[in-house]
Design a protein around this ligand. Structure first.
Ligand SMILES: Nc1nc2c(ncn2[C@@H]2O[C@H](COP(=O)(O)OP(=O)(O)O)[C@@H](O)[C@H]2O)c(=O)[nH]1
Ligand SMILES: [Mg+2]
Length: 212
């Protein structure tokens, strides 16, 4: 039987409207939860809109903390989806915070690298990029780590409500071009706005598709 886009989107909507709960924060690998179910992670520089997007996808206001003091947390945050448990969402620590001490960058690098390399249940990383800025040199290190660890990833543009439609089309095109030769990158980019709800049904469906 054919599964239409509408069916996929409706099924995903239902899953994200169901039970979702914060499980734990892992500041180092020994605090990771057991690898019981597939994981889909969200990564990006500080302030790109990761927490807002996780909240918007799940329709919950305060699931992932929305912080106005970026660069403080160097933890992986795990959220359980479904009862019984179906999969986990993972909020990865941000990067690119100008005032961050050197130690923090080092810690970020170790934690992210270890997680990406050692996690067989990690199915997809959604790499968030601000629609106003597009890909920046600071994002390259993460993309390199993902390509080297052979972890499938997809670029998700955030804060699409902040740019004109013509500029959004241009940044989508530019970003797609920039990742075309990267081996682990998904070729299609999703533009989202947590504020206006744009792209959220498609991203929910993409998260569910990534599970199998
Ligand atoms: N206009 C607009 N602002 C957003 C959107 N998503 C996040 N923001 C704002 O961007 C800032 C950083 O968001 P946050 O989710 O904490 O980013 P994080 O550091 O990546 O988790 C906050 O002030 C949010 O209100 C969006 O879709 N549209
Ligand atoms: Mg956050």
């Amino acid at each position: 039987m054919d599964v239409t886009d509408e069916d996929r989107i409706e099924q995903a909507r239902r899953i994200f409207a169901g039970p979702i709960a914060f499980l734990k924060s892992a500041p180092t690998l020994k605090f990771l939860p057991d690898a019981q179910v597939p994981e889909v992670a969200f990564a990006g520089r500080s302030n790109v809109g990761k927490s807002s997007l996780i909240n918007a996808l799940t329709g919950r206001n305060a699931l992932a903390r929305i912080s106005n003091t970026p660069g403080r947390t160097q933890e992986l945050n795990f959220f359980d989806v479904g009862e019984p448990l179906r999969f986990r969402l993972v909020d990865m620590p941000g990067y690119g915070y100008a005032k961050a001490p050197k130690d923090m960058l080092k810690q970020w690098r170790f934690l992210v690298n270890d997680y990406l390399r050692g996690r067989a249940v990690l199915k997809r990383v959604n790499v968030l990029i601000d629609s106003r800025h597009g890909l920046k040199p600071v994002d390259a290190e993460l993309l390199d780590m993902l390509d080297e660890a052979a972890v499938s990833y997809r670029i998700i543009l955030t804060k699409a409500d902040k740019v004109k439609a013509s500029d959004l089309a241009a940044v989508i095109e530019r970003t797609a071009q920039a990742v075309r030769k990267r081996p682990a990158a998904h070729p299609e980019i999703i533009a989202t706005s947590s504020e206006k709800g744009m792209g959220l049904p498609e991203l929910r469906a993409a998260v569910i598709d990534a599970l199998d």
